[in-house]
Design a protein. Structure first.
Length: 253
């Protein structure tokens, strides 16, 4: 072996030893066709054409916050709107939450068009036509992997979307960094897609759990000690803001 070839081999051996000794490793080449991790999308939409007048569209959307604080609550909103001048009715909504929340009964608030809250309610033509109502917990029913609410008919008016907000308290074992992807949604209504139910398995929304900020941590500490909610309520004695002047006055008086 020539001196030059020997030197080349010695350099190669020394380089390999240095890499091994330094804890470095050569990364394997990515395998063709390997799927990347699914993107956590906070909203999705689904559009249906009217069976009689195809130019009329029904638009459904499911959304949530991109991030939610650990130990608080997550809200999934199902919205329905139409491009037509008619007023179809929604008679039932099913929300399929993430697997980690399926046994957590949600609180549900509905926002829907109503003449009673606007013109007929004394508000005149410029009155509030959207009525907000929290559903009685008795009316929030578990149905398989979903939670269901029902009604004789919530109206969808042109340019006025119907929304159903399902809010779930996060269990203590749902940690920071956890992605919570809800399942789809199902809607029953009239006059078009109501004959059967409209199932939308791909109408999903995803949020990521983050750590609490200072204010959320303080609110959580008050909750843990029976001193009220994260909204500043101190049991039945009033809000924290209401009590501070009295406390300060007592110390100075």
């Amino acid at each position: 072996m020539s001196p030059r070839s020997l030197r080349t081999r010695l350099v190669s051996v020394a380089a390999a030893a240095a890499i091994a000794g330094g804890g470095l490793a050569v990364a394997p080449s990515p395998v063709a066709g390997t799927a990347a991790a699914a993107e956590c999308k906070a909203s999705s939409t689904y559009t249906v054409s009217d069976a009689v007048i195809p130019s009329i569209k029904y638009i459904f959307e499911k959304s949530t916050d991109a991030k939610v604080a650990q130990g608080t609550a997550v809200k999934y909103t199902i919205a329905a709107s139409t491009t037509g001048a008619g007023n179809p009715y929604i008679q039932g909504v099913w929300d399929t939450p993430p697997a980690a929340l399926r046994d957590v009964k949600p609180t549900v608030k509905v926002k829907s068009f109503t003449l009673l809250g606007g013109i007929l309610g004394g508000g005149g033509i410029f009155g509030n036509l959207i009525q907000e109502k929290t559903i009685d917990p008795v009316g929030v029913v578990k149905d398989g992997d979903s939670w269901k609410i029902s009604h004789t008919g919530w109206a969808i008016f042109a340019s006025e979307a119907y929304t159903a907000e399902f809010t779930y308290a996060l269990p203590s074992d749902v940690g920071v960094g956890k992605q919570l992807t809800s399942g789809g949604a199902t809607v029953k209504g009239t006059p078009d897609w109501s004959i059967a139910t409209l199932r939308m398995p791909n109408l999903t929304a995803c949020t990521t759990v983050r750590g609490q900020n200072a204010g959320e941590s303080i609110g959580g500490s008050l909750d843990d000690n029976g001193l009220g909610s994260a909204e500043g309520q101190l049991s039945s004695t009033g809000s924290l803001a209401d009590m501070i002047p009295g406390i300060v006055g007592g110390l100075m008086g």
